[in-house]
Design a protein around this ligand. Structure first.
Ligand code: KG4
Ligand code: ZN
Length: 341
């Protein structure tokens, strides 16, 4: 009764990720990014990303298998991100996964990218406690979900009504003249700034009609920063980049962690898992830790390298699907660019 050997493929955005896991053990994790090619456009260009996936895919599969010390024929399953993501980018991964599954005669699992961001934590902290509340914060998504079973029962509690948290970081960084992707840049700049020097709107903190209690909104924050920066420049004053970065990071971390901890309290859930690229943010990690400790909630955040897009998250979810005996996808598996959580 060996644990299943699963290869995972991720190609929903600009990272070509291929990884091999055995059960909850990560054997290899190859990530090749086309980020450099998108920097001058200030965002990911789908056509450029897909072409890069095509070039990187076979070498990445080859390397992942080699570094794992296994052979392709040993694989028990192939898992791949089927959505959400960029349509043309997803197609490259799904095409490669199908080719492998057919050639090897293994089951194929099309997985949800958002669920995979949550599932990756099993590689670091073992089986996900059930239920767990998951805060998923990336460039495309900001969602709070109740996870009763990561392979079959994930329900959305709330999500952003406008920009995703990572998008807010990226857009505000651009206003400050910092290069794309802005999240890590703001994280770095914030280290030299004073988070209390400026205060920004906390979005939906003052109840606005119609939204659910765990929804988020970041467009107000972005507009407030844009207005403030414009007024400073028009007045001939310099923009204190480090202070803006630190205070913006504080506002985003505050909203994300307070709402997540509130959901745990309200629903009586003792475990919080934070995933997605923004979970790499140092203030989000620190504040989540602090607030969970106060509330008696167990916090699970994967190491930074597993928070951003990679193949390990897909392989981890694939491994859970195999272990729980969930049905595989058929070979007509399509991509679903706007697949919900
Ligand atoms: O999960 P991810 O790699 O890709 C998506 O599925 O979107 O997330 C990328 C997002 C980007 O918006 C990036 O700016 C943000 O995560 N990000 C960060 C940090 N590292 C990555 N945001 C804040 N602080 C960071 N350290
Ligand atoms: Zn992602």
């Amino acid at each position: 009764n060996e644990q299943p050997l699963v290869l995972g493929i991720e190609s929903s955005c600009d990272e070509t990720g291929v990884a091999v896991v055995r059960g909850h053990d990560l054997l290899s994790n190859v990530v090749s990014s086309s980020l450099d090619e998108h920097v001058r456009y200030g965002g990911v260009v789908p056509e450029v990303a897909s072409r890069a996936h095509l070039e990187a895919m076979v070498p990445a599969v080859d390397r992942a298998v080699r570094e794992a010390g296994v052979a392709l024929r040993d694989l028990d399953a192939v898992a791949v991100t089927a959505g959400p993501g960029l349509a043309s980018a997803l197609m490259v991964g799904v095409g490669a996964a199908k080719a492998l599954a057919v050639t090897l005669g293994t089951p194929l699992y099309g997985v949800n990218h958002l669920d995979a961001h949550i599932a990756v934590d099993v590689l670091e902290h073992g089986p996900l406690p059930e239920p767990t509340i998951a805060l998923l914060v990336s460039g495309g998504h900001t969602s709070l979900a109740l996870v009763r079973d990561i392979t079959s029962d994930v329900s959305l509690l709330g999500e952003t009504l406008d920009d995703a948290a990572g998008e807010a970081f990226d857009k505000i960084a651009r206003l400050l003249g910092l290069p794309y992707p802005g999240g890590p840049m703001i994280d770095r700049a914030a280290a030299d700034g004073d988070p209390t020097s400026l205060t920004w709107p906390r979005g939906l903190a003052n109840a606005r009609g119609g939204h659910r209690p765990y929804d988020f909104s970041f467009s107000g924050l972005k507009s407030a920063v844009a207005r403030w920066v414009r007024e400073r420049r028009e007045a001939g004053l310099d923009v204190p980049v480090a202070d803006v970065a630190a205070s913006v990071q504080e506002a985003i971390a505050d909203v994300l962690t307070s709402r997540a901890v509130q959901a745990c309290r309200d629903l009586g859930v003792a475990h919080l898992q934070v995933g997605g690229g923004v979970a790499a943010n140092s203030r989000v990690r620190a504040l989540a830790e602090q607030r969970c400790a106060t509330a008696g909630i167990e916090l699970r955040v994967p190491r930074r390298g597993l928070c951003t897009d990679n193949g390990a998250m897909v392989a981890a979810l694939g491994s859970e699907l195999v272990r729980k005996g969930r049905p595989a996808s058929d070979l007509w598996l399509g991509t679903d660019p706007s697949r919900p959580i």
